[in-house]
Design a protein around this ligand. Structure first.
Ligand SMILES: *Cc1c(COP(=O)(O)O)cnc(C)c1O
Length: 482
């Protein structure tokens, strides 16, 4: 324990804020406010340490130049962006934690243009008066889906909430017990329904629901029949569910609208590309659903958005709901959405140019070529301790789409003589840019399906950086020595 006398002496040695500020040289790229905050933080920290116990404090650490260096380092760290480009080597194509879909180049161009310039966002250039932002994509969305009317909002959770609030507030919504989904990020159909003021009426059992179950549940309080796509799980075994077409028939008989939440809606029948069959938006519309909702950034491969297509009178009611204003989509999203929808006018173009679709549909030889190139880049690092192997893998669509579908893939597995696989994982996560992969059988895996050709050198550099850090283990104490 340091004596009170020692503590007083150390406290007196602490430099004043102004003095430290000057000692940093005040580089112009660091805002003064940030630098001052870093200095105060360091001084507060030291003060607390001295007061609590300074018995073994290395007084060299109180030198003005040392402290100034620390302040500069802390200020630079505070200025580094929090949102960072990250390399997705997980093999999960629509990875919600990694930002779901990357946009097509055409969509990116449109986002930049919308951000940089004024636009006719809500101005009707033909009539010279106020227009609606929704009209920007409504026609295209109708053309692609075959629906009468369309509306776009901030995300699909918002779309579901808005539809339920408009059509079923204070009324009952009938849904199968097999479809009470929870997706990641705590979106649960029952919770959203409660927030909308609609009353949940569950029918059937977890594995089996029959048309008669719906019929029995319908009465004068029923506002909506809801079908939710079981996007991240499947009920298998002794099962039975009511198809959308059957539900539409029941709805028509009882004059109750039918809504389908597709979750990850697609305009492309992915079974054409060897993937599992998922219902397309067009099919749901053609089956007669009165409303269909889906996400913009899952299988569709566009920006975050909630898309609502369906019957004109219902969409008009939804548009008029004040809640629609609260969920409104912004101009950059609209720009990206329109450009993405344009690509869908030719399916082959869409599949080639929309990164999510391109990644899902790229052939095994294409993926293998990337894996081989990545392995070669690792070999070139000249690290005898690094075990490198090209390996067979299974990728996933992710984002609650094609839940059971393993997509055959190729990638590179690494192991290191002196590092655990968890150390490798952590090292790559802290690289610039961070590289996120997965761990399998005590090896670190890079799935080539989700990485771009232009990312191979970056990944190799990240591995190099990680190994170099491991070569010189932390002699550099970053904090104060104790
Ligand atoms: C993903 C999903 C949602 C939520 O969509 P967001 O665009 O993420 O808000 C809702 N319902 C289902 C079935 C989903 O899969």
């Amino acid at each position: 324990m340091a004596s009170d006398h020692d503590k007083q002496r150390l406290l007196r040695r602490l430099p004043a804020v102004d003095k430290l500020l000057e000692a940093t040289g005040m580089p112009p790229e660091i805002p003064r406010r940030v630098l001052t905050a870093a200095i105060r933080h360091i001084l507060d920290d030291l003060r607390n340490r001295i007061v609590s116990d300074a018995g073994d404090m290395d007084e060299g650490q109180l030198e003005v130049q040392t402290l100034a260096g620390k302040a500069l380092e802390a200020a630079r760290a505070a200025l580094a962006p929090r949102l960072k480009r990250t390399i997705n080597a997980t093999g999960v194509v629509v990875h919600t934690n990694l930002g779901r879909s990357r946009l097509a180049e055409k969509a990116i161009e449109k986002v930049v243009e919308a951000a940089r310039h004024y636009s006719n966002l809500e101005f009707d250039l033909k009539l010279g008066k106020r227009g609606s932002r929704y009209s920007i994509v409504e026609e295209l969305l109708c053309e692609l889906s075959g629906a009468e009317a369309a509306l776009v909002v901030n995300n699909n959770a918002g779309a579901v909430l808005l539809c339920l609030e408009t059509l079923a507030r204070g009324k009952e919504v009938v849904i199968s017990r097999g479809e009470l989904v929870e997706i990641g990020g705590s979106f649960r159909i029952p919770d959203v329904m409660a927030k909308s003021g609609a009353l949940l009426k569950e029918v059937g059992t977890t594995n089996r629901t029959h048309p008669a179950d719906y019929r029995r549940a319908i009465d004068e309080n029923t506002g909506l029949l809801l079908k939710a796509h079981t996007s991240n799980y499947a009920v298998v075994g002794f099962t039975s569910s009511v198809s959308l077409a059957e539900l539409v028939k029941i709805g028509a008989e009882c004059r109750i609208p039918v809504m389908e939440d597709l979750g990850s809606g697609s305009f492309v029948d992915l079974s054409r590309y060897g993937l599992m069959k998922e219902p397309t938006v067009q099919e749901s519309v053609a089956s007669g659903a009165d409303l269909v909702t889906f996400s913009g950034d899952k299988l569709l491969g566009g920006p975050q958005a909630g898309l609502i297509v369906g019957r004109k009178d219902l969409v008009a009611m939804i548009k008029a709901n004040p809640l629609a204003r609260a969920l409104r989509i912004d101009k950059m999203t609209l720009a990206a959405l329109e450009a993405t929808f344009q690509l869908y006018r030719d399916i082959d173009t869409a599949v080639r140019q929309i990164p999510t679709l391109a990644a899902l549909t790229s052939s095994l030889p294409e993926v293998e070529a990337k894996a081989l190139q990545l392995a070669r880049a690792f070999e070139k690092l000249g690290r005898p301790d690094l075990e490198i192997e090209v390996t067979d893998l299974d990728s996933r669509a992710g984002g609650g789409s094609l839940p059971l579908m393993a997509i055959r893939s190729k990638g590179v597995a690494i192991r290191h003589g002196a590092m655990s696989v968890n150390q490798i994982e952590s090292g790559l996560r802290h690289a610039r840019p961070p590289v996120i992969g997965r761990i399998e059988n005590d090896r670190f895996i890079f799935d080539a399906r989700t990485i771009g050709l232009d990312e191979i050198d970056l990944i190799a550099a990240a591995v190099d950086e990680m190994l170099a850090k491991n070569d010189q283990p932390a002699n550099g104490q970053t904090g104060l020595p104790r």
